[in-house]
Ligand binder design. Structure first.
Ligand code: ADP
Length: 272
């Protein structure tokens, strides 16, 4: 088996004593893999992201990146390798222009100026926002802001990219655009991606899914395996993707389904 890029070993975490958020959480993520982390609201997904990014420390247990346990002394160094994009596009705007916003993390890391310019250019190209480099980020649409936030995370050339509900405030088109960018990023050799989501449509991007329930890892497997875990899905208050719901309904009524891989629009066209 390929070496794990990330490993959680029996991690416990609580914000307040006597109120555990994570209990005995263990999982591994291989280098270059995309995993999705799912679970109900408040199940601890963001807490895992923050632990991984070194913004919080486990109450007990160990988090390893490339086999190196996160400790207070190496935290700053390991954090350099992690890019984060959060849910709210407005929380991630810092500079007066898109380019400044994208360079922000590099300035903090003392990257030399010419190198900074190269990285900002490349990152903005990757998300299709280079033409907007001189614009004021606050005036962009939610989807564009989120693409700039992603560019800022990419500019630090992360080995691990964490997208924490990054598409949940976006309209369907902006969400689709961001998903296409993520798909492109997956071709980048070695980039490990963690998609935190409660939107099961997003799982098509993930090779493996980890589901959290009752403070623990309740499931690891593929998205299609998870879609059969009805009880767990109900417990996590997660809804099956619409297209899959329709297919199941049709199958239950013994209506022949034309093609199992139809997308939502094609299914609706076929039904009407
Ligand atoms: P998710 O991302 O799955 O919605 P979170 O990791 O944000 O879940 O939260 C997990 C639990 O920890 C929730 O019960 C939440 O209320 C609690 N929590 C999150 N942040 C804090 C905090 N800063 N202080 C105290 N409790 C918190």
């Amino acid at each position: 088996m390929m070496q794990p890029k990330i490993e959680f070993r029996t991690v416990d975490f609580a914000y307040q004593p006597e109120v555990p958020v994570l209990t005995n959480v263990s999982f591994q993520v291989k280098a270059g893999q995309t995993i999705a982390l799912v679970g109900a609201n408040g199940s601890g997904k963001s807490t895992i992201a923050k632990l991984l990014a070194g913004l919080l420390e486990p109450t007990s247990g160990t988090i390893l990146i490339d086999h190196t346990p996160l400790t207070p002394t190496n935290l700053a160094q390991l954090r350099q390798r992690i890019g984060l994009v959060f849910q709210n596009p407005d929380d991630q705007i810092v500079g007066a222009t898109v380019a400044e916003n994208t360079a922000f993390g590099l300035e903090n890391r003392n990257v030399p100026r010419p190198e900074m310019q190269t990285r900002v250019h490349r990152a903005l190209e990757q998300v299709g926002m280079w033409d907007y480099r001189d614009r004021e980020p606050g005036l962009l649409s939610g989807g564009q802001k989120q693409r700039v936030a992603l560019a800022s995370a990419l500019a630090i050339t992360p080995e691990i990219l964490i997208l924490d509900e990054a598409t949940s405030m976006l309209d369907p088109q902006a969400k689709q655009e961001l998903n296409q960018i993520i798909q492109k990023l997956q071709e980048q050799v070695g980039l490990t991606i963690i998609l935190i989501t409660h939107d099961l449509e997003m799982l098509s991007l993930a090779e493996r899914v980890i589901a959290l329930d009752q403070q623990q890892v309740a499931f690891t497997g593929t998205a299609s395996e998870l879609f059969h875990e009805k009880h767990l899905l109900a417990q996590m208050q997660l809804e099956l993707p619409f297209s899959l719901q329709v297919q199941r309904e049709l199958a239950a009524q013994r209506v022949p389904v034309p093609d199992t891989d139809l997308n939502e629009k094609e299914l609706i066209e076929w039904l009407t």
